[in-house]
Design a protein around this ligand. Structure first.
Ligand SMILES: [Mn+2]
Length: 393
């Protein structure tokens, strides 16, 4: 009956129904909406693998929803597995814990014909991102690496907005080991939302997570990602900018101002990592620059409108040439600034990868794109499994 009512225009409804009945129906609809919202409020989250007093690890997670949510925990060791609960129709998966991660490499050499899949800004949308990876053959139905010697690059902003960033980070952590065993790789670049959450800026946090923190008995959510946690340590080894074959991979973009600082990739990455440690004091130059609007995590200068809105000048073609020369790459791949479809900029020298993961308003079908690079050809790769050769512009 509610579905049918949609086909009437409000005007028709008005003339059909006496006002008292309209009030009753609206109240009913409001109550139903409220009930469905509170029912959907799952607090399932984790595990958070936290250093224990005896030097081992404790895995803690939240099960259930609303008032009936409860905390579980167990002692775990490196080499043992923790289970990440299912999200929607996706299966739960086990993740074998590894020892402390070492700093990620700044430069990864791959052949010019290597298969690469590039994904940006997943923002807690586990179901959409996992479906994209599945339909494009990067992972299989049980969320295991299926991309062989290929490489997956993730251009930051796994955290914030959506409700399942924990599960996404565990998936990437697990795939990293599986890919390496297969002769491929998974490479995660830090985005501004990683640095925000790790440094305690929680403005974009999904409302689920402060409640999770409360249930787990920590005062502030970032404590669950500090250096004494397994994934917190792992995240702090990641690069802000890395070279993958002929491609420079990062979240925001390299500005002309950054090139002018003359910093090598290794120093950029070391300084960003240092700014994420808990001992870090207010950053001084050039770290302050690196963490700011012209730094690799926040820059929007490749996009005319976004640049104007940010009060900065758009990068000139000559700036792009300088960046390519400085870092020895053909193409710069960036997320951070949303585009309706993966877009070639500066005659293919910059590729904008971030198509924000969302559901189509009419069909509810998931929408997101990844960039597939196969034998040097670039494709838009969609959630439905289709691909399209990327138009050059
Ligand atoms: Mn961003």
């Amino acid at each position: 009956m509610l579905c049918r009512a949609k086909t009437y225009s409000p005007m028709t409804l008005k003339t059909l129904l006496p006002s008292a009945l309209r009030v009753v129906l609206l109240t009913l609809a409001w109550l139903l909406l409220g009930m469905s919202l509170s029912r959907a409020e799952s607090l399932q989250d984790g595990p958070y693998v936290i250093r224990a007093a005896d030097g081992g690890w404790t895995s803690r997670w939240v099960e259930g929803e609303g008032e009936s949510a409860r905390v579980r925990d167990k002692a775990v060791k490196v080499g043992e597995a923790v289970t990440v609960s299912n999200v929607g129709a996706f299966p739960s998966f086990d993740v074998k814990l590894r020892g402390p991660a070492k700093p990620a490499t700044d430069e990864i050499n791959v052949g010019p014909r290597a298969r690469l899949f590039v994904m940006a800004d997943t923002h807690g949308e586990f179901e959409i991102a996992a479906q994209l990876l599945q339909r494009q053959g990067v992972i299989d139905e049980r969320l295991r690496w299926a991309f062989g010697k290929g490489h997956l690059a993730v251009l930051g902003d796994v955290f914030d907005r959506g409700p399942n960033h924990t599960e996404l980070l565990w998936l990437l952590y697990k795939l990293e080991a599986e890919a390496a065993r297969a002769g491929g790789g998974v490479h995660l670049a830090l985005g501004n939302h990683e640095t925000m959450v790790l440094n305690g800026d929680l403005r974009y946090l999904n409302p689920k997570y402060p409640r999770v923190a409360e249930l787990l008995g920590v005062e502030r959510y970032p404590s669950l990602w500090n250096e004494q946690t397994l994934l917190g340590q792992w995240l702090r080894t990641k690069a802000a900018v890395f070279r993958l074959g002929d491609y420079l991979c990062l979240h925001g973009g390299v500005s002309r101002e950054l090139v002018d600082r003359g910093l090598p990739l290794s120093e950029i990455n070391q300084r960003v990592r240092a700014a994420l440690t808990e001992q870090a004091t207010a950053p001084v130059e050039p770290t302050q620059f690196l963490m700011g609007p012209y730094g690799p995590l926040w820059y929007r200068g490749y996009f005319e409108t976004a640049a104007r809105q940010a009060g900065m000048q758009a990068a000139a073609p000559a700036d792009i040439e300088l960046i390519r020369q400085r870092f020895g790459v053909q193409t710069i791949l960036v997320g951070h600034t949303s585009v309706p479809a993966i877009t070639s900029l500066y005659e293919g020298r910059v590729i904008a990868v971030q198509v924000y993961p969302h559901r189509d308003q009419q069909t509810h079908a998931p929408v997101m794109e990844g960039l597939l690079i196969d034998k040097g050809q670039l494709f838009r790769a969609r959630v439905d499994g289709s691909t399209e050769l990327l138009p050059r512009s």
